[in-house]
Structure formats: C-alpha cells, structure tokens
Write a protein that binds this ligand. Structure first.
Ligand SMILES: CC(C)(COP(=O)(O)OP(=O)(O)OC[C@H]1O[C@@H](n2cnc3c(N)ncnc32)[C@H](O)[C@@H]1OP(=O)(O)O)[C@@H](O)C(=O)NCCC(=O)NCCS
Length: 373
C-alpha cells in the first residue's frame, strides 16, 4: 500500500488576543447592566439574576489564560459581544478563505511544494462560512492549485478526518498531493453572553500537506502509520445554525444557533470513547503507548487532556510528552491538535512516533499515528 506522509504544516494566528481579565471585565459589565435593567422582573421572579464570571474560575476549569480572535473590540463591547466583521463583496476572498490561505502558504513552503503541485484541497473545520460554493474551491482558485476541492465538517475532529480522507484519495489515485486546511473562526459562533462557555474558544487556521512518501521533498516529514475514526451521536455539543432557520417561526431567543454544550456530560462521556479508540488503534498497529514520544491532543480543556494522556500512558504526562497550547490559544476546535503538532514536532528523530488525536462534537474521535521519516 502507498506510504503516505504529512510533508509540511502551517499555522496562522490572528493578531488580536484577549486575556481572561479583559473578557471577564466586559462580561461582568453586561451582567450588571442586565441586572439593573431587569431589576423589577428579577425581584418579581419572572427573570433570573445573572452571575459574574471570574478569571480564576476560567483558568481552573479550563487551563485557558487568553485566546486569539479575529476582532477584539466588538467582543469586548458589552452592548455587542460578538466580533465586528465587515461584510465583503463576492469577488473578495471570504474571511474563512483568507485565514485558510495564510496557513496553507506556510504548509506548502515547509513541504517544499508549489500550489500548482496540489490537486486536492480539503477545508475541514467546524464552522463553514457559507453553504456554497465550497470554501476549498475558493482557496484552490486563489492559490492556483489544480484538481478538485471540497469542504467537510466533523466539528473538532475535522482535521484528523480530513487527513484520513486525503490519505485515502492519494492511495486510491484520485489525488497526488493534498492540502487539508482548518480555518476556525470560532468567536463568531460563541455566545459571549453565556457564563458557562464565553471563555472557551479562540480563532486560528492550520494546514497540512499530505502526499505519497515517494513524492515527498521535505526532510521533516511524518509517515502515517495508521488512522482510526469513530463517531457516536450526541446532542451534548450542538449548534442549530443552518439554512432551515430562515423558514422557522420567529422566536425571541436564538442562542441555540450558537455553540452550546453540556460540559460535564461531554467530559464524562467523551473521554472513555477517546481512550478506547486510541488504545484500540495502538493495539491494531502492535505498538505500546511507551513507544509514543508525543501526544498532540485536541485542546479543549487541560484536565481533559491530562486525564486522556494519563489513561493512555499509564503515568502522569510531562510537558515534553503532552504539549499544551490552549493556555494561549484556548479551544480552537479542529485546529488544536494540529497547532500542537506544528509547534512541537521539530525535535523528532527518524523512527520516533507520536499520536495526533482529536475529539469533540458528534461525538467524534480521530486517531492518527505518525512516525518521523
Ligand atoms: C465547560 C467546562 C470548562 C466547565 O467546567 P466545570 O468544572 O464542569 O464547571 P461547571 O459548569 O460544572 O460549573 C461549576 C461551577 O462554576 C460556576 N461557573 C460556571 N461558569 C462560571 C464562570 N464563567 N465564572 C465563574 N463561575 C462559573 C457554575 O455556576 C458552577 O457553580 P456551582 O458549583 O455553584 O453550581 C468543562 O465542563 C469542560 O471543559 N468540559 C468539556 C468541554 C469540551 O471539551 N467541550 C468540547 C467543545 S469542542
């Protein structure tokens, strides 16, 4: 069977960053204004008083200290609480494409590839900016790639599933060189008025080049030893935004069209699934957990990552084994594990192995085992 490699990766980080203290100050201003406006209704019991958020809680519950975002002022304005994103003309690159292009350019450069070598572009992410035409086709055209492109969404597992799809396309001969791009503008789907989740997400874009080992020009490539995927339906992470909304009866509260989750249940139900998939995958390949130099895990929550790593390795993970980027990036959905891979893979010697694993809404779990060529 054709040996497949990741021959380069790229990362685009927006320039705006919001600390927990800044986010909490804006949230608490909103809460105070709300409680003052509805003071009578709160006393009468027809509305509930809102509670303040706190930086200490956020760090303790999630491990997040700050997050990068596409636009900061609109999020921090207590009267708006969402990024201010100007509309663009149809003949300009859309925002998601612009994010993806920047990450893709770095991935191509690291892979020693020209855009014209790429004959498959997959945009794999949680939130697609529009229904059609595919963002991937827009990026294909903008970069000058050939072949074909399509968008796909498996929420936080999109990037690993995308790598699997690209590898399958190359093995089957429908493509020779693929870009798997994960632009995540998560701040646009986040309800910044929801105390339970207003701190969770950040914006970023990642990209990887996937190709056959025999065509690879990079001297820092990683061979795909295997990929395993699993999905099980759950409503515990959900966003009801979609084109059918337009036809639904109007309602005052449309917060279900933004991200919402039952975080505790996610924690309890998803972790065992992650453990099972990764263990089964290692067994299938005849590998022991101790043979993994690094775990590039999805970055949603620090406790969750520590738990998943300890369960797999049978010991407390150190910083070398389990790099954490969510302190400064927060949860960047499908891009999280790829950011960790991009920033923490240069120190691998040939033959050393690592696990790239994603997990999230669906539920979905992706497990990709890589070996430095
Ligand atoms: C979301 C998450 C960080 C919340 O952490 P948690 O420890 O479960 O916190 P809870 O929601 O149970 O709330 C605990 C307490 O903190 C309070 N709290 C919630 N948000 C708060 C905030 N922003 N500031 C201060 N206190 C807060 C709650 O009211 C609750 O108080 P109580 O104990 O008096 O009832 C955590 O559940 C999580 O990360 N889950 C997995 C999420 C995930 O991976 N999702 C995938 C998305 S792709």
């Amino acid at each position: 069977m054709t040996s497949i490699v990741i021959s380069g990766s790229g990362l685009y980080t927006p320039s705006h960053s919001i600390s927990n203290d800044e986010l909490v100050a804006s949230f608490n201003q909103y809460v105070d204004a709300y409680n003052a406006r509805y003071a009578e209704a709160i006393v009468a019991g027809s509305k509930s008083q809102l509670e303040h958020s706190s930086s200490e809680f956020i760090f303790k519950a999630s491990g997040i200290k700050s997050r990068y975002v596409v636009e900061k002022s609109g999020i921090l304005d207590p009267d708006r609480m969402r990024p201010l994103i100007p509309e663009r003309a149809d003949d300009e690159p859309c925002l998601l494409a612009e994010f993806g292009i920047k990450a893709a350019q770095e991935a191509l450069e690291r892979a020693g590839r020209e855009a014209g070598d790429v004959d498959l572009v997959i945009v794999a992410c949680s939130n697609l900016q529009r229904a059609y035409p595919a963002i991937a086709i827009e990026i294909q055209q903008h970069l000058g790639c050939v072949g074909y492109g399509y968008d796909m969404n498996v929420a936080c597992s999109s990037a690993t599933f995308g790598i699997g799809a690209a590898a399958d396309a190359i093995r089957s001969g429908t493509a020779r060189c693929a870009l798997v791009i994960s632009p995540e503008i998560t701040s646009a789907q986040l309800n910044f008025r929801d105390r339970d989740s207003h701190f969770i997400f950040g914006d970023v874009a990642t990209a990887v080049v996937v190709e056959a080992e025999e065509t690879c020009r990079s001297d820092n490539a990683f061979r795909l030893l295997g990929a395993m995927f699993k999905t099980e339906f759950s409503n515990n992470i959900r966003n009801n935004f979609g084109f059918i909304n337009h036809c639904e009866p109007e309602k005052p509260d449309i917060s279900d069209r933004l991200f919402r989750q039952n975080g505790r249940k996610v924690f309890k139900e998803l972790l065992p699934l992650v453990g099972r998939v990764n263990q089964e995958h290692l067994q299938k390949l005849g590998l022991r957990p101790s043979e993994l130099k690094r775990l590039w895990l999805h970055q949603a929550n620090l406790t969750m990552n520590l738990f998943a790593a300890k369960k797999l390795l049978g010991r407390e993970p150190d910083e070398q084994t389990l790099p954490i980027i969510l302190d400064r990036y927060a949860n960047t959905s499908s891009a999280g594990s790829i950011i960790a891979f991009h920033l923490y893979s240069d120190d691998f010697a040939p033959g050393e192995k690592g696990l790239l694993s994603s997990f999230g809404a669906g539920y979905s779990v992706g497990s990709v085992i890589l070996e430095r060529c």
